[in-house]
Structures are given as C-alpha cells and as structure tokens.
Design a binder for this molecule. Structure first.
Ligand code: GLP
Length: 262
C-alpha cells in the first residue's frame, strides 16, 4: 500500500486530482472507468478536476463514472441525495461529461436489491473499474460498508450505524433521525475488484481510521483495512490525519514518497 502524506487538505486534493488526471490522460482504453465518492473529503479534488476540465487541460468525454453509494429514500432533487451532491459539486461543472456516462445507484428503486445487481452487472459490462476514488468514515467505513460488513461484500443494501447517522447529521440540520437509516452501496469486494483504489483521508477525526487502515490487521471491524490486500491501493492524506500513525510508519511513507510531496 502507498501512503502519500501532504502538508494540508488543499495539497492532498491537488495531488489526488493530478494523479487522477494523469491516469485518465494516459489511458489507452476507451472509456476510462472512474469510481467516485461523496462527502466533504473529495470536494477539493472535484474542484481541481473541474478547473482542469474547464481550462481544456483534461477531457471527460471518454470517462464513465460509477458512484459508491446513495441513501435509500431520497429523490434526486433532495439536496442531501448523493445524486444531487455529485451534480452540484462536480458534474454540472464539467464541459464535456456525457450524462449517459454517469452512474449513481438509485436510492428510490422499487426493488433495491435488484438495483444493486443491475449496478454490478453494469460495472462488469465495462470490464470493471479502472480507478476507484473513495473517502472513509471516522469508523473506517468505505462507501457505506460499516464495521463488520464482509470484506468480500458486493453492491447491496446497508443499514447505517447510529454513529454514522450522528456524524452525517451535520448535513441534516444536526438531527440524526433525519438521516436515512439505509443506503445502497458498492461492496468492499466491489472496490477491491477495481484495478486501482485511491482513498482520501484528511483531518484529525480520521486519525484512528488511517492508523487502522495502514497499520492495523486486516479486519472486518475496519472495512478500509481490506485495502492492505489490494495490490494497487493508495492513501492520500494530510498531516492532520497522521496523528495515530507510529513514528516509524510516518517516517517510512514520508521517505519513500518524498518525490510526491507538493
Ligand atoms: C459517508 C459516505 C462515505 C464517505 C464518508 C466520509 O458516510 N457514505 O462514502 O467516505 O461519508 O465523509 P467525509 O468525507 O465527509 O468525511
């Protein structure tokens, strides 16, 4: 696993955006299949990717996207649906992204399990995901795969923990009860099948999760720790998130990735 430590959030996002842009540009394959997250972590990455796109430095014309997850019961137009988030923070700012190339799980599907099976099939129809960008929750959840979700799970319905509903209540008027209790989400196994995974981890509140991801054992208690078994996983993080790493690990990654430091 690679861990690229940047000084602060802005530099982490800049580094990640340019890494993704480099992969899209270098790809000989049409289309390039990109997995995407929601949350506050990727916002700076989306801003820089959109800037590059508007400046004519990066095209999304041959990019197909698959989002990680969506709340069950929120329609597209709800300002906390992940569909709304993605359009508001990213897709609406791109000049050449084709709407038909955007894939987001439908949280209003009559049969959510069928919707999840459709999603897996669609990913497979493109030959899998080339690069999955993600974030993690403070409890280490990847997409909506809460602690103790199987590390080989596939796209399916997930029940949110009370902790996650409390954390996400900041977007719902600070009312945990207003946060949907269920979501549809890609599985840990779905993320693990991607050719590459890039996870953003920033801020002091993610320090425990970063340590568990990098230095803990592989365990379903910290679903992000599955990434230790991926042969092309990168964590992009900021200094603030490194507070729980051992000094040895911190020094090792700073040394080995010194050329990546912005
Ligand atoms: C939500 C999403 C995750 C995301 C996590 C972290 O629970 N389902 O995909 O990674 O929040 O969000 P943030 O980046 O805002 O900390």
């Amino acid at each position: 696993m690679r861990v690229v430590i940047q000084e602060n959030y802005e530099k982490m996002c800049l580094w990640a955006a340019h890494y993704i842009a480099g992969k899209i540009k270098a790809s000989k394959k049409t289309p390039f299949v990109l997995g995407l997250p929601t949350g506050s972590s990727p916002i700076g990455v989306y801003r820089e990717l959109a800037r590059m796109n508007q400046a004519g430095e990066l095209s999304f014309a041959n990019v197909v996207t698959f989002n990680m997850d969506e709340y069950i019961g929120l329609p597209h137009e709800h300002d906390q649906s992940y569909w709304y988030f993605m359009h508001d923070n990213f897709f609406n700012h791109l000049v050449d992204m084709k709407p038909e190339n955007i894939n987001i799980l439908n949280g209003m599907a009559e049969d959510p399990e069928k919707e999840c099976a459709r999603y897996e099939e669609k990913i497979a129809s493109y030959g899998g995901i080339d690069l999955f960008m993600g974030g993690i929750g403070v409890d280490g959840h990847i997409a909506f795969n809460e602690p103790f979700t199987s590390l080989s799970s596939r796209t399916g319905v997930r029940t949110l923990t009370t902790d996650t509903r409390i954390v996400n209540s900041r977007f719902f008027g600070n009312d945990p009860e207003a946060v949907p209790s269920q979501a549809v989400s890609v599985g840990v196994g779905t993320v693990m099948d991607s050719k590459e995974v890039l996870i953003l981890i920033n801020g002091h509140n993610k320090a425990r999760a970063l340590a568990a991801t990098v230095e803990g054992g592989v365990s379903q208690k910290w679903t992000c720790s599955a990434l230790q078994m991926h042969n092309a996983a990168i964590i992009a993080c900021d200094e603030a998130a490194c507070g729980e790493l051992t000094v040895d690990a911190y020094k090792y990654f700073l040394d080995i990735e010194r050329k990546e430091r912005l």
